[in-house]
Structures are given as C-alpha cells and as structure tokens.
Design a protein. Structure first.
Length: 317
C-alpha cells in the first residue's frame, strides 16, 4: 500500500512539473535553438558523458581496492553501464546502485558490507566534491556580485558543513566508534559498516584518488553543460552552471519523481533563469544532456540483455 502511495505521489509530482515546463517554455524558440546547434558541440557533450562513465568505474574500483576487493576495469565499466540503464529506464525494484552492490555481493557479512559501502561512498564523495565546487563558486559570486542564489546556498551549506565537521571531530575525540561497536544494542549491519570505515585511514593515497576522480567527473559534466550553453547564447557560464548543478543533483536525490524526469530538468531551467538564461535555452540544454547520456543507456541495455536479468540472492541487497 505504501509503495502504491509513493508511486502515486511520484507520478503526480512528475506530471505537475512536466506540465509547468510545457506551459512555461516557448517551444518554437526552443526548436530553433536545437536546429542551430552545431553537431560537433553536441558530440563534445556526448564524449564528456562517456568520459564520466569510465571515470566513475575507475573510482568505484579504487574504493573496492581499499577493502581488498579487486575487479577488472572492463567488468566494472560494464556493470556501471548496465546500472545506468537500469536507473534510467527499467521500472524495476532493482535500482542501478542495488545492481552494482549485487555484482560485488559476497556470501559473508564482510563482503556484503564492502559491496554496499563502496557504492555508498562512491555516491557520497561524488556529492561532496560537487558541493565543494558549488561552495567555492558561491563564495566567489557572493563576494563579487552579491549573488542572491549564492547567498542562500551558503546559508544552508555553512551550518551543515560545520555540524558535519564537529560530528567527525567528536567521534574521533571520544572514540565513539569503538563504543558503538562494543554496545550490545549495536545492530550487526552498523557494526560491519563502522568496522570497514576504518580501512580508509590506512589508504589515504587511494582516498585522495577517489576525490580527484570525483572532481574530474564533475568537471566533465560541467564541460558538457557549458559547451551547449556557449553554443546557444555565446557564454559558457561555467561558475553559474557549477552552483546550479550542485542544487539539481540534490533535487535528483529526492524520492519525489520518476527517475528525476521533469524535476531535474525544471530545476536546472528555473535556477539558470536567475543567471539570465532564457527558459527555452535552459530546457533545451537539460534535454540535450539527457540525449547525450543516451549512448551510455543504449550500450548498457545491450550489455544488460547479453548478461540477463540479475536475480537477487537470498537476503537481498
């Protein structure tokens, strides 16, 4: 019953946002923008998306190696492509991240935890890198332009960042991780997670690599957006795109729509309008980015069909 209610809410939100986009955009003007777009610019966006795919697979492999789990890059790249396809198009209970967990899912508790933790940290570090980029840009725009969106961004980011740092300091200062592990009330799953989190302090080099790959991934995504915006309006708007992307990625994480369709595109269009980007341009760029990611989904769909639909092992992921 709860699943049906949640699905109904997602359908309603997606439908409302799509309707708002349809009635807000000058589609004749949007069509002209698409017709005037040079093909080589779109090709750059496609290659940036493909590059992000390989960078993500390498980063995932680095996180697995921290826990002494080693997989070949071809396998990780293939599984990441299939996971992307699943996330975008299949109405399945097996999400893209769950599929990746499944592919590295061992029989014992340690391997199960590593499978989950590597995907979770891969997502977390990616989001953290984008927030850091957005934060630096927000500070610059706020100081140089008195930008309102940047000011609101910092009003949220600074308290959350300070609280997070204090939380980490308190955990280490009072050795709370050991107290959690030794508590009789500590769930086994949490104990496994806390235990394996300790591995990161022994692999600082790989942790640095993970963050560098995160920055590289988002650099490629910003490049994809920037070249499209420049081709349409003559400005790259790199800094503006960076801060807006950090907001839209957060929106995409909210379980309020079907695959982020409409909500993510509408958020990009809405926030870029505050930086002087016409609605028609904003929605064209958002839709072209989805189209640029289509080759990954197509490749992933072929790999998915060749591999066969995964079956979740007993106990689930």
């Amino acid at each position: 019953m709860k699943k049906k209610i949640l699905l109904s809410v997602k359908l309603l939100v997606t439908s409302l946002v799509v309707y708002w986009i349809v009635v807000s955009v000058d589609w004749k003007q949007a069509l002209h923008y698409i017709e005037d777009l040079p093909f080589h610019v779109f090709a750059i966006a496609v290659f940036a998306m493909l590059g992000g795919w390989f960078v993500s697979a390498i980063k995932w492999g680095q996180l697995l190696k921290i826990h002494e789990q080693r997989y070949g890059l071809p396998d990780l790249t293939r599984w990441y492509g299939i996971a992307f396809f699943i996330s975008q198009f299949l109405p399945s209970a097996i999400g893209g991240d769950a599929y990746r967990i499944y592919k590295t899912f061992g029989k014992d508790g340690d391997q199960k935890t590593v499978a989950f933790l590597s995907v979770f940290i891969e997502r977390l570090t990616g989001f953290a890198a984008l927030v850091m980029i957005g934060g630096c840009v927000a500070i610059y725009l706020w100081l140089t332009r008195d930008d309102k969106l940047s000011a609101y961004y910092l009003m949220i980011l600074v308290p959350v960042g300070v609280a997070s740092i204090l939380g980490v300091v308190l955990v280490y200062a009072f050795n709370l991780s050991e107290k959690i592990l030794n508590s009789k009330y500590c769930p086994k799953v949490l104990a496994y997670l806390v235990k394996h989190m300790g591995a990161y302090k022994y692999h600082l080099g790989r942790c640095v690599n993970v963050m560098l790959f995160s920055f590289l991934f988002h650099g490629l995504m910003i490049l994809a957006y920037a070249v499209l915006v420049h081709a349409l309006v003559g400005e790259y708007k790199v800094m503006e795109i960076a801060i807006v992307l950090s907001i839209t990625v957060f929106v995409s994480m909210l379980p309020i729509s079907i695959g982020g369709y409409g909500v993510v595109d509408g958020a990009f269009m809405y926030f870029m309008e505050s930086y002087g980007l016409d609605d028609s341009v904003g929605i064209v760029v958002a839709l072209l980015i989805r189209l640029a990611a289509l080759p990954i989904s197509l490749i992933g769909s072929v790999l998915y069909l060749l591999e066969g639909k995964p079956k979740i092992p007993p106990g689930g992921v």
